[in-house]
Design a protein around this ligand. Structure first.
Ligand code: PLP
Length: 492
């Protein structure tokens, strides 16, 4: 499989190189175009375990690994880490379905990919005979950071630094990160929002490509963000798995189209759904759900991507994003690999803060995508209603998805089964979730956790409950412009 940089014709990589580099040297994102050769025979997946389905799907995309290698890698990656053997169970809620992606070690959907990525990186490093230490730099809106730390801590040959927006993550999320154990980890707050942290990381990569300082320290920079194709590939698997579960449960027949509703930030999760569709999964619509930072809703509806707008801190902080990196991959795929177009649009975004996509591309996009947004009020209202009506407790991100589903059904219902991707445990966002079902909300996140449990009896993930007694290890905080120095100092 050839992975192309989205920005220049002559930059290509195989899957191992793409995983190891994370981002292309020109700032583009490694993206495949030949989805025909990745087609999956759906009927052959029925009855297979989650691990088998993952190995098969990921192996199609990252084809430098033999089926045996991939199978062993995936088995080791997930062994004993998730609450359930099927990794990502589907629950029926009313007449719709919720795909629970949060049953992993950090209680967010990022675990599905970040349990696998470190092993993919180590295996790619070996395959390519690279001796340098791999240094992972990650900007996080709250969940990626912890899931990446959990995946990489004490993995030989790697180090990891995580940057999160100071004051931009929940109490539980912050506690998860700053208490992280491991000899090869660093956690640092950035004064600014997620986009500042993400821009800072991209600048560090760009500076190193120009000046090559990492190599002088025997290191090589890479990324655990969803700009790494090794992050996206494992996410494609659960779309297939959920579909098989519905077929096996008698809810749909093999071949029936389904809709997926995806709470979206960086456009990674939903792009994995587009990969699944192109690999043969019968997907009718991918519904892109946004919170008050609704830049994607506007883009899908108008074709104008305009980041020049107020940034809102919402109750779904992992979706508080105005520059959705993976949309660049979609533009590339939907334009049939038009490097020049993508470079031009990305330059516009960089220089003017806005771009307009061609109408032909937008009409392709609208064939497969719908968009809806829900502010905090609508999301919290959905949490309360679904709890009262169905006894199902959602987190704030999933609630944005649920509210988007309701809008979608009200305006564009196509009659197919709907699957909402549930991206986090309600116990990661205790105060906001509690406020949706109760008037009494303690100021402290952990007291809110106790009360949420007392009211609902929904089990608290043990690792979240244990956090309150863990000492903080990391107190660093830098400005966006101080991030480069921080990393150079870390490398010594
Ligand atoms: C990261 C995240 C999202 C958004 O996923 P993208 O791949 O960035 O679109 C949604 N919900 C939660 C809980 C997340 O952690």
């Amino acid at each position: 499989m050839v992975f192309y940089s989205t920005r220049s014709k002559d930059i290509q990589a195989n899957s191992a190189e793409a995983v190891l580099k994370g981002i292309a040297p020109d700032g583009g994102l490694y993206t495949p175009l030949d989805f025909e050769s990745m087609r999956i025979d759906l009927s052959s997946l029925l009855g297979k375990s989650a691990v088998e389905i993952s190995a098969e799907v990921i192996g199609k995309i990252l084809d430098d690994f033999t089926p045996e290698e991939m199978r062993a890698l995936i088995e080791a990656a997930y062994a004993g880490k998730f609450e359930t053997e099927d990794l990502t169970p589907v629950e029926k809620v009313g007449g719709d379905f919720v795909l629970e992606l949060f049953r992993g070690p950090t209680s967010a959907f990022k675990d599905v990919a970040l349990s696998v990525l470190p092993r993919l990186i180590v295996a790619s490093r070996e395959k390519l005979g690279v001796k340098d230490e791999i240094v992972i730099l990650t900007a996080t809106s709250g969940d990626t950071g912890k899931a990446a730390l959990e995946g990489f801590h004490d993995v030989a040959g790697t180090r990891i630094a995580v940057f999160y927006p100071d004051g931009g993550v929940s109490d539980v999320q912050k506690a998860q990160m700053v208490t992280q154990e491991g000899g090869n980890v660093r956690v640092c707050a950035v004064r600014g929002n997620f986009d500042d942290a993400q821009t800072g990381v991209k600048r560090i990569f760009a500076d190193d490509s120009r000046n090559g300082w990492a190599a002088l320290s025997g290191a090589r920079l890479s990324s655990a963000n969803s700009i790494n194709i090794g992050r996206l590939a494992p996410q494609v698997a659960y779309y297939f798995k959920a579909y098989c579960d519905l077929v096996l449960g008698g809810e749909i027949s093999l071949g029936d189209p389904v809709n997926f509703v995806v709470p979206t930030g960086n456009f990674g999760d939903i792009l994995a759904g587009e990969f699944a569709r192109r690999m043969g999964l019968p997907v009718a619509k991918l519904v892109c759900a946004s919170n008050a930072n609704n830049v994607l809703t506007d883009f899908i509806n108008t074709g104008v991507y305009d980041k020049r707008r107020d940034f809102y801190k919402t109750a779904s902080p992992s979706m508080d994003i105005l520059v959705s990196s993976n949309l660049e991959r979609y533009l590339f795929m939907a334009s049939g690999g038009d490097f020049e177009l993508v470079s031009r649009l990305m330059a516009d975004l960089n220089e003017k803060g806005v771009y307009t996509a061609p109408e032909t591309l937008m009409s392709t996009m609208r064939d497969h995508f719908a968009a809806a947004c829900a502010d905090d009020r609508a999301a919290l209202e959905a949490i309360g209603r679904v709890w009262r009506e169905h006894g199902y407790l959602m987190d704030t991100h999933t609630a944005v998805g649920w509210a988007a589903l309701e809008q979608f059904k009200a305006t564009q219902d196509n009659g197919y089964a709907n699957i909402v991707l549930s991206t986090a445990s309600p116990y990661k966002f205790c105060r906001d979730v509690l406020s949706a079902i109760s008037d009494q909300v303690p100021a402290d996140g952990f007291e809110a956790m106790d009360r949420l449990h007392a009211l609902t009896q929904v089990p608290v993930p043990p690792r979240l409950a244990a956090l309150r007694d863990k000492p903080a290890r990391f107190k660093d905080c830098v400005d966006r412009d101080g991030m480069l120095e921080y990393v150079r100092e870390m490398l010594g």
